[in-house]
Design a protein around this ligand. Structure first.
Ligand code: ADP
Length: 545
């Protein structure tokens, strides 16, 4: 090998904020605070506070490789923690507060966290768990000393920590392969599993996003609001991508329901927002109520679960908001594909264009795809063959953190990560997710996509939310059951729903029964919890069985 003669400078997370402070110094971070008001500052100001925080962390004895946990909403202090912790070589471990208490306890112990930064609203939770947390864990409440609530815990106040620290810093020499962040997946079965990101993987993922940046709202002189939480998989990479490109970063705090989000987006003239479909159901309801979209809103990125076709149509046709559909997973930093459209796709006849929007997009630079059948044989990307999607790339996990049991079985013989998703890929590279391997309905040896059935049912105006799961059947092994939440006042019957679906899906796909419920269970990341539903309807007897 003839080595290239280029400098071997490491790719590091703090270099992003250094760049933003110097080049996009005036672009802003705007946060709805837990305290109730709105906080505004520039990336240049953020850099100063990050420097102070980094010095303060060192003063607490935090150093290379130490894990520092956060329990926090989307706000400027959480953003500061991302950079200060990883900047000094420690690891920013974001904890999802919506996990079960036992899961939170498990991950704090498993990660061996040294300090926990928490928002005031999570103090009651931490007080409740305190006896079972590691005895030497330190607590910092993310507020000013004057705002510290009464507590029996021994806590420090975030703003006290920063006081008196220098507002410049020379970052230590970091190895780009060292860990920078840690996030546990909710884990539908067993304990949560940790994904340990590196500086290098984070930078490569960020640059992958920026390669399609303009189409997904990542460009200067625009503003972007992540509804996707900073406490889960790095808010899909936005805390890194937004400052690098100089987008205003608008953080909604706890204003996450439809009315709260609408008002905040409207007030701050947010151009782009990213989040899971559940959130958009709420926002769309509010947009319908107002008969308009929030001021300035023109692009929405939907991921985390399949974006239903009626949702895409409503955003685009009724409100003029361009939908970009994306797919990824925690193990992939997390974005794997985005539905960026160029002239050729935009010019397609309307129905075809909409159909293509339901695809989960095309792979991002740095992510390779292959689909394989049950024996691991590669299948063609012809838009017809489908099998389990396997992925490979420099921002994709190579093992779970300190968890051999979970790592075993996560990869195929060639070292690709098995995603657990069943997909087709068309010759232009568009990924169509058929289902999760766990959720697909195996009826008489053929597969029925729960995602496609849900999307068809959602097209009915009376359906507010729905889920399709497999229930046991003596002849066909499994058959689909549709579980539906109706809009207020609707009196739709099971028979009418089945008739509605009749013309939309193959006859043998039709759900054998339709059940109406008041609400559906969701996971800690806002997705439908089909595991809970499967458990609940385990003994469900289909009509005639
Ligand atoms: P968690 O449930 O812990 O948040 P992830 O965020 O890693 O886990 O979830 C990844 C999974 O979410 C994917 O493997 C896929 O099944 C599903 N998913 C993500 N985006 C989409 C999408 N656009 N359409 C359908 N499924 C999606």
């Amino acid at each position: 090998m003839l080595p290239g003669n280029m400098m071997d400078r490491p790719l590091t997370v703090p270099s992003i904020l250094d760049f933003a402070a110097e080049i996009h110094g005036d672009a802003r971070v705007i946060s709805a605070r837990v305290e109730g008001d709105v906080h505004r500052y520039s990336y240049k100001d953020a850099h100063k506070r990050v420097s102070r925080l980094a010095h303060a962390l060192r003063a607490l004895g935090i150093g290379d490789g130490d894990r520092v946990a956060t329990l926090a909403w989307n706000g400027y202090r959480h953003f500061e923690l991302y950079y200060a912790i990883s900047g000094i070589g420690a690891v920013c471990h974001t904890i999802n507060p919506r996990l079960f208490e036992d899961q939170i306890l498990y991950i704090v112990h498993h990660a061996e966290d040294r300090v926990l930064f928490l928002e005031t609203s999570f103090l009651p939770l931490v007080e409740k768990l305190a006896d079972r947390l590691p005895p030497d864990l330190r607590f910092v409440v993310m507020c000013a000393a004057g705002d510290l609530p009464e507590t029996g815990l021994n806590v420090l106040a975030y703003e006290d920590l920063l006081a008196g620290q220098p507002d410049t810093i020379i970052w230590p020499d970091l190895d780009e392969r060292q860990a920078s962040g840690l996030c546990y997946t909710s884990g539908t079965t067993g304990n949560p599993k940790g994904v340990l990101y590196s500086h290098r993987s984070t930078l490569i993922h960020t640059m992958g996003l920026l390669a399609v940046g303009q189409s997904i709202g990542l460009s200067p002189e625009r503003s972007l609001l992540p509804v996707v939480p900073l406490f889960h998989v790095n808010a899909w990479g936005l805390p890194f991508a937004a400052p690098l490109v100089g987008t205003d970063f608008v953080l909604p705090g706890t204003r996450l329901d439809g009315p709260g989000l609408f008002a905040f987006m409207d007030q701050e003239k947010v151009n782009t927002s990213w989040g899971v479909p559940t959130v958009w159901f709420g926002l769309l309801a509010e947009m319908r109520k107002h008969g308009r979209k929030p001021n300035g809103f023109d692009c929405v990125l939907i991921g985390g679960s399949a974006a239903p076709k009626p949702m895409i149509e409503e955003f685009e046709r009724d409100f003029g908001v361009t939908v970009v559909h994306g797919w990824g997973m925690s193990e992939m930093s997390p974005v794997g594909s985005v539905g960026v459209f160029y002239a050729r796709q935009r010019a397609l006849p309307e129905e075809e264009r909409m159909h293509l929007k339901t695809a989960q997009g095309r792979r991002m630079f740095g992510v390779e795809f292959k689909i394989a059948d049950g024996e691991g044989t590669r299948l063609p990307h012809d838009g017809v063959a489908f099998g389990e999607l396997h992925v490979r790339g420099p921002a994709i996990m190579s093992a779970y953190f300190n968890d051999e049991a979970a790592t075993d079985g996560a990869f195929d013989d060639e070292g690709w990560l098995k995603t657990g998703d069943v997909a087709r890929i068309d010759p232009n590279g568009f990924l169509f997710l058929v289902d999760r391997t766990k959720d697909v309905i195996k009826s008489g040896g053929e597969w029925i996509s729960s995602i496609d059935l849900e999307s068809a049912a959602l097209a009915h105006p009376d359906v507010a939310e729905c889920a399709v799961i497999a229930v046991p059947h003596p002849k066909w092994v499994e058959r689909p059951l549709l579980i539906t939440v109706l809009e207020d006042g609707s009196r739709l019957t099971a028979g009418e729903m089945q008739d509605f679906l009749g013309g939309k899906v193959a006859k043998w796909w039709l759900p054998d029964d339709v059940v109406f419920v008041d609400e559906l269970p969701h996971t800690a990341t806002g997705k439908l919890s089909k595991m809970t539903l499967r458990e609940k309807f385990r003994d469900y007897r289909l009509p005639g069985v």
